[in-house]
Design a protein around this ligand. Structure first.
Ligand SMILES: NC(=O)c1ccc[n+]([C@@H]2O[C@H](COP(=O)([O-])OP(=O)(O)OC[C@H]3O[C@@H](n4cnc5c(N)ncnc54)[C@H](O)[C@@H]3O)[C@@H](O)[C@H]2O)c1
Length: 446
């Protein structure tokens, strides 16, 4: 185990390097969710033999029968890879015994008290450690606070008796997928890579270069981790800023969308962000807390992050106020009103409801006595906290639109016919400017 021979392996041209170049290195992707499945498919399509490991037996069974559960990955891509054994999904960690490159894509959520929950990363590392061999490469892709790879992952992997950076290569490389968007393929989005040693970075860089056009090396895993949280905090803070501007515009009787559109004509130094009912998904609302937790270790308080969270978390409450005022304008109260929420996933054209502000909005509407129904072609069912419980998506019929006292556009899926919504509904509160073409008194914008 380890020793001078393995060190030589990592410092000179290694068998792994050769096997990466020839795309024969056996790759394991751990966690086959929104991030891991597209990655596994891309790596397998580049020619590498891939084992996909997930603890969710339903996901594994689905893949084994050639069916994808991630919208961006079609069955047509999964089925042939699985059939030809180029992508082998399994729940069995012992299948890692021959993995030469392991990519960890497990969840990094928050605990109930909004502290980083690294239990999934730990579990994945504990699954890898017993089968770790000299000369392999392990990369963490899950978004996390700066320091995780070195402080959490490394010691668990080293419990195998092998030393990171000497016997095996260790790196962090953040995932940058944009769910629901087909604007960029995985190949086109540059990938940041930070290894524990320059050699670790080189090996990880070489690996990603096989299926990604531009790989950006940085000096350490911690820098790569910071890059990712910075990208997400940047979005979070800018969305909060525009949400605050929307509140001010509302008070001043200005159309915030018009302001943003005109400001966006500036060809430099400005980048548009859009207001909405809040922020959702697995990254934008969560990652700032990861960074804030780390910052506290250094007696550092990230005031921007606290402020942004406060502004964004207030948005569903603001939308409820808009709905209440709009109903009042038509002589109705929110209590007893029939509301129809359009779109409940956290962003356009995805099925993901994690941290979705639409769910908070529905919960608030119910608590204030409104009858809540919803339509979302991607989300057949949602579970709300009491008193709501389980709710099913209703078909978007003319009758459904006509019977609603207020239709609320919470997420602007592109398959919805918004002019029809405006024609049929008595009242619309549009939090996404989906009805931008419609100027009518019964259409109220955020
Ligand atoms: N979804 C996104 O848009 C996105 C974008 C960039 C980065 N990320 C980050 O990528 C990571 C994964 O996110 P995701 O959206 O793919 O999550 P996900 O929940 O869709 O997928 C994670 C998968 O890991 C599996 N899993 C959990 N514990 C496991 C274990 N011990 N061993 C093997 N499998 C295990 C789960 O069953 C699940 O299928 C997170 O850190 C997230 O912040 C997500």
């Amino acid at each position: 185990m380890g020793g001078p021979q393995a060190m030589k392996n990592l410092t000179l041209a290694t068998p792994l390097e050769w096997r990466i170049r020839s795309r024969t290195a056996r790759v394991a992707v751990i966690g086959l969710g929104y991030v891991g499945l597209p990655l596994a498919v891309e790596v397998a399509s580049a020619g590498f033999p891939v084992t996909g490991i997930d603890v969710d037996a339903h996901k594994v069974a689905s893949l084994l029968s050639g069916r994808s559960y991630v919208a961006e990955v079609s069955d047509d891509r999964v089925a042939p890879l699985v059939r030809d054994l180029r992508l082998c999904p399994t729940t069995d960690y012992s299948r890692l015994h021959d993995a030469e490159v392991s990519l960890i894509c497990v969840p990094t959520p928050l605990t109930r008290s909004k502290e980083p929950d690294l239990s999934y990363v730990r579990a994945a590392a504990e699954g890898i450690a017993p089968t770790l061999r000299p000369g392999v490469l392990v990369v963490l892709e899950s978004t996390t606070y700066p320091g995780t790879t070195e402080e959490i992952l490394r010691p668990i992997l080293e419990s195998s008796g092998l030393r990171a950076g000497r016997d095996f290569a260790l790196a962090f490389s953040p995932e940058r997928i944009d769910p629901g968007s087909r604007k960029f393929t995985m190949r086109e989005v540059p990938k940041v890579v930070g290894g524990l040693t320059p050699r670790c970075t080189e090996l990880a860089q070489l690996f990603y270069q096989q299926f990604i056009d531009r790989v950006v090396p940085v000096s350490s895993p911690t820098v790569a981790e910071m890059v990712k949280v910075y990208e997400n905090v940047f979005r979070n803070v800018n969305i909060a800023l525009v949400n605050e501007l929307a509140l001010l515009c509302d008070r001043m009787g200005l159309d915030v969308w018009e302001v943003i559109e005109a400001a966006s004509t500036k060809p430099y130094g400005f980048m548009p962000f859009y207001p909405g009912p809040g922020v959702g998904g697995h990254c934008i609302p969560i990652d700032p807390y990861y960074l804030a937790a780390k910052a506290r270790e250094y007696d550092f308080h990230l005031r921007f992050i606290e402020l942004a969270a406060a502004v964004n978390e207030n948005m569903p409450y603001h939308v409820v106020s808009k709905v209440t005022a709009a109903l009042n304008g038509q002589g109705r109260s929110l209590r007893g009103a029939r509301t129809l929420v359009l779109g409940v996933s956290y962003k356009r054209d995805v099925a993901d409801v994690r941290e979705s502000p639409a769910l908070k909005l529905m919960e608030l509407l119910e608590r204030r006595g409104a009858v809540v129904r919803y339509h979302d072609p991607y989300v057949p069912e949602v579970v709300l906290p009491n008193p709501g419980g389980r709710l099913a998506s209703v078909p978007l019929t003319d009758e459904e639109l006509e019977q609603a006292d207020c239709v609320i556009v919470a997420t602007d899926h592109s398959c919805v016919d918004y002019p029809r919504v405006a024609r049929r509904a008595k009242l619309v509160v549009d939090t996404r400017n989906a009805l931008r073409e419609v100027r009518a008194p019964h259409v109220v914008r955020l």
